[in-house]
Design a protein around this ligand. Structure first.
Ligand code: ASP
Ligand code: MG
Length: 436
């Protein structure tokens, strides 16, 4: 059984929703995961912020504007009076949930209830649409099987246990529709898998049902070998390993939620990235194997701060790095890149929430220097220890650009460079022209 996930733009208009059946084959048994209609989650975030700020008037006005959009949406989606009426009931229900929160004490619990309405709306409306055109389907409530634990980690065994009987209950139905993104937390409250989390849902369900394949349908023909917004002539990558995909997903290749790689990898479920606008395009297939002897792709991540800690005490000392790392751990700040010398260590972070506190604590170990507005450039390929020449090719291509850090050998498939963000465009283009 396959799992197909459609993102916000793929359900972004009534016409797009109707076109999903060009891709979904109702004769095949499958689970379809939908995101919220594009823009909706952002609007819901704003509504939550207004409530949180105590500005009920603003919240109610934002709710009204969003509801107007859905009124138009259903008028186009439902041509049949009876189904239009059902569509109207669906949106009235969900917008009442949003408006009624004006009467409650507003906490993060209510905020998450708000965020959940986007996927609940898109899936329920699509389910009613399928009824209108006579395609049998079952709406599976994600809140009945998608769960995270106390550490916000999804529980695959729980998904298997809960979803299997739901599927078994309908042996004659092929098409199961469910919500991406939303889940319950350890307290049973409505929660979510973080922004962009619908991919993660699809991968988790894929793992939970040991799916033959997970398909992520978006509006680009797979993961590209460089940023198509910056570099002309980028190409989709035909095949990637899970490790390579994880590197790229983190480094700005927005097409796939980074965490969604891991459940598929663990349960060896192939993931295919496909394009709703061009369903025949081959896209990108992610599996356990990697193509040998190739540079696959270049990606970039902005907003990076480099921190250098220099100390003569580091010379020949042990335990120095542990002390440094513990500071970051205390402030729950993850380190992305790290390079060391005998007397200094440089590392990068992308979350600067606690930068002030971290710097103060690091000052106890040595002199601390910060470089803001940097970008990590990540080159992904088959760079195992027995390979030679790849680092030279990369560095040759960037020899006219100042480099702040170089990291190679951390894994078998990544070479990362830290550069000033103002040099990013030039470096991406130069690497592209010389490596591909
Ligand atoms: N609707 C959610 C978001 O916009 C989840 C997703 O689309 O993947 O973040
Ligand atoms: Mg997405």
């Amino acid at each position: 059984m396959k799992v197909l996930k459609f993102g916000g733009t793929s359900v972004g208009s009534p016409a797009r929703m109707k076109n999903l059946l060009d891709i979904i084959n109702p004769a095949e048994r499958q689970i379809v995961v939908l995101s919220a209609v594009s823009g909706t989650t952002n609007n819901l975030v704003e509504i939550g912020q207004a409530y949180l700020a105590g500005d009920k008037k603003k919240a109610i006005s934002l709710i009204g504007t969003l509801k107007d959009k859905y009124e138009l949406f259903i008028k186009e989606l439902f041509t049949d009076e009876q189904f239009l009426k059902q569509g109207k009931e669906v949106i009235d229900y969900h917008f009442n949930v949003l408006a009624n929160l004006a009467n409650d004490l507003f906490t993060t619990i209510e905020d998450k209830v708000i965020l959940a309405q986007g996927e609940l709306l898109s899936t329920t409306l699509y389910h009613v649409y399928l009824r209108q055109i006579g395609v049998p389907s079952v709406l599976l409530p994600a809140l009945d099987f998608m769960k995270i634990d106390e550490d916000n980690e999804p529980i695959v065994d729980y998904i298997t246990e809960k979803i299997t009987p739901l599927l078994d209950k309908h042996p004659d139905v092929n098409l199961f529709i469910t919500q991406g993104f939303i889940c319950r937390n350890a307290f049973g409250e409505i929660d979510n898998l973080r922004r962009g989390g619908s991919d993660y849902t699809a991968s988790l369900i894929g793992a939970g049902i040991r799916s033959e394949e997970v398909q992520i349908w978006t509006d680009i023909d797979g993961m590209h070998n460089n940023d198509p917004r910056i570099v002309k002539g980028t190409q989709p990558i035909a095949q990637l390993s899970f490790d390579e995909a994880a590197e790229l997903a983190y480094f700005g290749a927005k097409i796939l939620h980074p965490q969604s790689v891991f459940p598929a990898q663990k349960y060896k479920i192939p993931v295919r990235l496909l394009n709703t606008m061009d369903p025949q395009a081959k896209g990108t297939l992610i599996t356990n194997t990697s193509e040998k002897d190739k540079i696959k792709s270049i990606a970039a991540k902005d907003g990076i701060t480099a921190i250098k800690i220099q100390s003569s005490r580091m010379l020949l000392a042990h335990g120095f790095l542990r002390k440094v790392f513990e500071v970051f751990e205390r402030y729950k700040t993850s380190i992305d890149m790290i390079t060391t010398s005998e007397v200094a260590v440089s590392l990068t972070i992308d979350d600067t929430t606690y930068l002030g506190e971290i710097t103060t604590e690091l000052n106890a170990f040595g002199s601390v220097e910060l470089d803001v507005n940097h970008t990590i450039i990540c080159v992904v390929g088959d760079f195992g220890a027995e390979k030679h020449g790849y680092a030279a090719r990369v560095l040759e291509a960037v020899k006219h650009i100042p480099l702040r850090m170089i990291s190679y050998g951390g894994s078998d498939h990544n070479l990362s460079l830290l550069v000033k963000t103002e040099d990013k465009v030039e470096i991406l283009r130069s690497l592209h022209n010389r490596l591909f």
